[in-house]
Design a protein around this ligand. Structure first.
Ligand code: BGC
Length: 709
């Protein structure tokens, strides 16, 4: 008998359910905290997994309880939301997505894993892979943005980065792909609300990132809190059992979201905890996160004949197998320790590079940036707010370890005249300090307006009906703009979402989306402002002009009546353009790039052939810079309407002034399949438009036509 089989044979029902139970330590961060009496549960074998406890010593102490005081000495699994770093914070995922660089996506996950593993963690609830097209939803901050292809590439990179090459290594974490699936489609962007998505949208938009995570060997998956078409994911047999387990072959651990099994009662699909527990187990959920639904509900479910012991054993087996893969049976204390000074310094350097690269230059009139030598007025509630730089999942990252914009600028520009005033708080309605801030404009050549959201305004439960500047920040910006006539005004936006700021964007000379850049925020912003680095971030999500445009995204399907300003009866708004303020992929640099010579060979391909696509990129600007190049396709005539643009690749090239280079893509023709009428992949002969260029603004893309035969 294997170790796992013998353990299961020796376990009481309570001990089995203990392996399926995750309890939170007292420092829980979301939702209700259950009173669990952690220590007693671990000793009794009724708690096998712990959430929100970190620190080598603390974790070691509870592990010791399991290993020395519990009857079967099964190691505990310790879990934490290490989403964009642990002690060293990287940009929030939406910010990181702006890099369009899978090597760095993997590198930050690798570093976060090392840092969290040194703090005794075994499993992180990341990557979050919810494609999101609604900036009202705060959790757009946590994921890859609007596009499923970006989600797929990010899924692979993050799973590889967190898990490394061997889960049993002391510096590797089990990853958790979440929240499966379509959580990003919550109605009206309202957190935890119902979703209404078609099976086709699931296949084309919401499932691909999860499929990529499964293909990359992700150790665990978390079903979303929400329902799809009336069936909560936590109880969704079709999506969990039939699709994930049977079709994709995912046989590892499914862990519920926080209290989600008990919430099946609120959803109205279970009348009590017994039914809720039975529904979740039947759907294939192995671990119950903090609801105590399995512990308290499954014994009754067995009695009522709603579940079988074999089903419980299957779940226990998966949990024990994960613990085995993590090397916990061989050495339960292998994670936890101190890292070397040089390792920490290298990590801070990575955090600075990644933060610098995540910043998107949205606008730069008259080469306002990089800054010249003049005097600076730094104004706004986000200018000296190190804690707010950390992002929506700060894990163990402390405010005092984050660099504010003001601090970063002072370090980068010693001796320069830098004045500072916050003007207003992030959210309050007090305008009494605006005049003082405006008075700084007189003595300044350039005004840096640091505006945006606090970290609590995005992420979980961070839905906003007005996702623009909160509080009185718009009043501050307007007063500064009125008082700064003849001076350059640069807006630096910090946010967990694209903000709706058309008026600000219109009036400032330059505007940056800095998202939440993490521990090295201020240094990264200073690197961009001073020109030490040329901006290279590209927005992974469209920036709406108005809430009424939401959802606005580049992958829209065609309409029978395309917008025509001269024809009333066409698909458009009467009051604003259809196009977003900034399209997906938009981002300026300090160079100036042109594209030429798009070549695609062959011009006809069968399913197993590949296209080779190349384009010449020329930097005719005055500074070295990096350009991100996007490859889109459009299937012009198909049996099912296809999106007007579909992303199939991206790459980056760095060019000195006056230099040119060639960017090449290989596009397997089979990647042009799409779900047919039966939702199975279909390769359909016909004409395909290949489009290459700097963003999803069609006017700026070079086109070429090829045929599938
Ligand atoms: C969130 C998850 C998170 C979990 C554990 C939940 O409220 O939805 O994303 O992993 O809490 O903290």
């Amino acid at each position: 008998m294997s170790r796992i089989e013998s353990l299961i044979a020796a376990m009481t029902l309570a001990e089995k359910l203990g392996q399926l139970t995750m309890a939170t330590s007292d420092s829980a961060v979301t939702g209700a905290v259950m009173s669990t009496n952690l220590g007693a549960g671990i000793v009794a074998g009724t708690i096998g997994n712990v959430l929100n406890l970190y620190g080598a010593e603390k974790v070691g102490a509870v592990q010791q309880l399991a290993m020395e005081k519990s009857r079967l000495k099964i190691p505990l699994l310790t879990c934490l939301d290490v989403i964009h770093g642990h002690r060293t914070l990287f940009p929030i995922p939406l910010g990181e997505a702006s890099l369009f660089d899978p090597i760095l996506w993997e590198a930050t996950a690798r570093e976060a894993a090392k840092e969290a593993a040194a703090d005794g963690i075994h499993l992180t609830f990341a990557p979050m892979l919810d494609v999101a097209r609604d900036p009202r939803w705060g959790r757009i901050a946590e994921g890859p943005g609007e596009d499923p292809f970006v989600g797929q590439v990010m899924a692979q990179a993050k799973v590889k980065g967190f898990q490394g090459s061997d889960l049993s290594q002391a510096d590797c974490l089990a990853a958790c792909a979440k929240h499966y699936c379509a959580y990003g489609a919550v109605t009206a962007g309202r957190e935890y609300a119902t979703t209404e998505v078609s099976r086709r949208s699931l296949r084309e938009i919401y499932l691909p990132p999860f499929e990529a995570a499964v293909a990359a060997g992700v150790a665990t998956i978390m079903p979303a809190f929400t329902d799809v078409a009336g069936v909560p994911l936590t109880a969704n047999r079709a999506l969990l059992k039939d699709y994930l387990r049977h079709k994709l072959g995912f046989d590892s651990v499914l862990v519920s979201d926080y209290n989600a099994i008990a919430e099946l009662i609120h959803h109205g699909v279970a009348s009590d905890l017994v039914e809720a527990a039975a529904l979740a187990l039947k759907a294939g959920v192995d671990i119950d996160m903090i609801a105590n639904a399995y512990r308290d509900g499954l014994p009754g479910a067995l009695e009522r004949g709603l579940v079988t012991m074999a089903e419980i054993d299957t779940a226990v087996k998966r949990v024990l197998r994960l613990k085995e893969q993590l090397g916990l049976f061989d050495d339960p204390y292998r994670r936890g320790g101190t890292e070397s000074g040089p390792a920490l310094m290298a990590r801070r350097k990575l955090a600075r590079d990644v933060a610098t690269r995540s910043i998107v230059l949205l606008k730069n009139e008259n080469a306002t940036l990089p800054l010249g030598n003049g005097r600076l007025a730094v104004i706004g509630p986000l200018a000296d707010a190190p804690g707010e730089m950390r992002g929506c999942w700060p894990s163990a990252g402390r405010a005092e370890d984050s660099v504010s914009v003001l601090a970063g600028l002072k370090t980068a520009l010693p001796g320069q005249d830098i004045r500072y005033a916050p003007g207003v708080d992030i959210e309050s309605t007090d305008e009494s300090r605006i005049a003082e801030a405006v008075s700084l404009c007189d003595g300044a050549d350039t005004i840096l307006l640091c505006l945006g959201e606090s970290i609590g305004m995005s992420g979980e439960a961070g839905s906003r009906a007005h996702p623009g500047l909160p509080g009185k920040q718009r009043a501050l910006a307007e007063a500064v703009l009125a008082g700064a006539v003849g001076k350059r005004v640069v807006a630096i936006l910090f946010s967990g979402r694209p903000l709706i700021v058309p008026e600000l964007s219109e009036r400032v000379d330059a505007m940056l989306a800095a998202w939440a850049p993490g521990s090295e925020a201020g240094n990264a912003v200073a690197d961009i402002l001073t020109g030490r680095a040329s901006p290279s971030g590209r927005t992974p999500v469209s920036w709406p002009r108005a809430v009424g445009q939401i959802p606005v995204f580049f992958g829209q399907r065609p309409t029978g009546r395309p917008a025509d300003p001269k024809d009333h009866y066409t698909s458009k708004y009467l009051d604003i353009p259809n196009e977003p303020l900034f399209p997906f992929g938009h981002g300026l640099t300090y160079g100036a790039f042109d594209y030429a010579n798009l070549s695609v060979t062959p011009d006809k391909a069968r399913e197993n052939d590949s296209f080779t696509i190349s384009v010449t990129v020329i930097n005719h600007g005055a500074r070295e810079a990096s350009e991100t190049v996007f490859l889109f396709v459009h299937d012009m005539v198909a049996s099912i309407t296809r999106p007007l643009l579909e992303l199939k690749g991206f790459d980056r090239i760095t060019l000195k002034p006056g230099d040119s280079g060639i960017v090449r893509f290989t596009l397997p023709a089979r990647n042009l399949r799409f779900p047919g009428a039966d939702l199975e992949p279909l390769f359909e002969p016909g004409e395909i438009e290949i489009l290459v260029g700097p963003s999803a603004d069609r006017a700026r893309l070079l086109p070429a036509n090829v045929r599938l035969v």
